[in-house]
Design a protein around this ligand. Structure first.
Ligand code: GDP
Length: 187
């Protein structure tokens, strides 16, 4: 029993999207229920494997224990360049969930989120739940990407979709936990 429990309680989450969309903040909210108003949090992450210049994205990783499960969060920052390298699928293959984040106040981040979705659909595993997260949903006055547009895109591409706010804790737990459980049941 303990052995199978161990086997089934490891999850890999990957978070993909532009730098600054709030991926680290989503992880921080999820695991510690905290929010920090500035961008220092990534020094807590182990920077490893992928150099920005070789694959076109910066990579951060942290393994944490959440509710008796080991959860590895791999965060991929798009550096903002338009040229897309295909990431080696070994980095996200087998992930329970891939959360593709954009910032609702930043149209370019939404366009690049779509590139990540294409990348996952072309090279990812069928068992990975792909979720689109429109983060910073609290900043409604600066909104550039409508919820309707994003929801339609998600529907057309078979993605889960939620607008989230790491700041206000809106939908962060819902998105992470439901992804995890769903992928777990499906595999
Ligand atoms: P990452 O580069 O995608 O990991 O983004 P960070 O988590 O470092 O967040 C970038 C900036 O956006 C930081 O200043 C955060 O405090 C801020 N931020 C993250 N999530 C939210 C949110 O939901 N609402 C608001 N208003 N700011 C956020």
């Amino acid at each position: 029993y303990e052995f199978s429990r161990l086997l089934f309680s490891f999850f890999l989450f990957v978070l993909l999207g532009d730098a600054g969309t709030g991926k680290s903040s989503i992880v921080l909210r999820f695991v510690k229920n905290q929010f920090i108003d500035f961008q220092i949090f990534k020094i807590d992450f182990l920077i490893s494997v992928a150099a920005e210049s070789t694959i076109g994205a910066a990579f951060f990783s942290q393994t944490l224990t959440v509710d008796d499960a080991s959860v590895k969060f791999d965060i991929w920052d798009t550096a903002g360049q338009e040229r897309y390298h295909s990431l080696a699928p070994m980095y996200y293959r087998g992930a329970a969930a891939a959360i593709v984040a954009y910032d609702i106040t930043n149209q370019a981040s939404f366009d690049r989120a779509k590139k990540w979705v294409q990348e996952l659909q072309a090279h990812g595993s069928a068992g990975t739940v792909v979720a689109l997260a429109g983060n910073k949903a609290d900043l409604i006055d600066s909104r550039k990407v409508s919820a309707e547009e994003a929801r339609r895109y998600a529907q057309d591409n078979g993605l889960l979709f939620m607008e989230t706010s790491a700041k206000l804790a809106t939908n962060v737990n819902e998105m992470s936990l439901s992804d995890c459980e769903e992928a777990h049941r499906g595999s």
